[in-house]
Design a protein around this ligand. Sequence first.
Ligand SMILES: [Zn+2]
Length: 393
Amino acid sequence: MSTPVLPPLRDMLASLIAINSISSASPQLDQSNQPVIHQLATWFELLGFKVDLMPVHTTHSKKLNLIARYGEGHGGLVLAGHTDTVPCDEHLWQSNPFQLTERDNAYFGLGICDMKGFFPLILEAVKPLLSQKFQCPLIVVATADEETSMDGARALVEAQQKLGRFALIGEPTNMKPINMHKGIMMERVVIHGSSGHSSDPSLGNNALDAMYYVLGDLIQFRQQLAKQFNNPLFTVPSPTMNLGCIHGGDNPNRICGSCELAFDLRPLPGMSTENLRESIQKRLALIAEQHSIDIEFNPLFPSVEAFETPAQSPFVQYCQQLTQHEAESVAFATEAPFLNALGMDTVVLGPGDIAKAHQPDECLPLSRINPFIKILQRLIHHYCITSPNVQTT
Ligand SMILES: [Zn+2]
């Protein structure tokens, strides 16, 4: 077999950094990820992967997921990541965020560690292994819009996409395996009362008065959840609820006609966002009835479930062994709960540092690159090449 001609690692990283793939809730900033996906498709096809592109229908522009497979059969290893980045404050960067720059023993560029830079590392890792026979497939998944709606990952779940048995997501974790994080719900309560002259309360129905009871009830619910659920493996061991903002009324001498509250709720693994929403809905319905007022309750954004792959999972154990680190929890959310929902044991493990992501001068230390490529090679070797004993269903 002739050796495939892939560009050198540095050139691949530079090409991806140069393609703007910002995803944003603001249409002015949002970019399609299609150019990144097409670039990845070209490289993976060069190595003999079979590439499928999956359209992801998002609000602003047309986006794609990529699924690249090498080898046949069931089960196998999935290496997954997102192709989009957050927006950046270009004027605060020391170098052009869209031009790969090397200084202070690190590569700088938007998305270098969070996380377009993951894909060239996969290509570099798998290239020398292709002369061996793959017993189980290696599947690379590159998604759209992780930084905003997670619509790419949602599309995989909606399609019940058959991927693999074990999945690694290369988000920045400082080379430590992560097997759990909290979920995120962002919710909105709107109380519709009616306005009137403040001198006579019977002329209206005060939404702010009702909000007082809603706030009290939510705080009580928060305390109840904290008593009921606790996981010492998290830095903040209880589920949290943050009452984030409130808007209502206009003048002291008018009965407040409507009032709106937005809050977030971060559930622990084992708590379902649907159950939480149902409980809150019931509590609000009670207040609405008691105060003869309309209360609307809906999500501001689709929620992300909490994520946990049991520490006893052979995949978690193997990642611990490879990295010489116990699996931990993190405070940020990832696409892992979506991959778990597709029946895969998922671990988040990547070379970057989350503290360097989402801010000026995002970087990846050069010293992390080769050790991380070795980790990927050992994973591919274990789960795809010498894997007859690995459970594949
Ligand atoms: Zn990320």
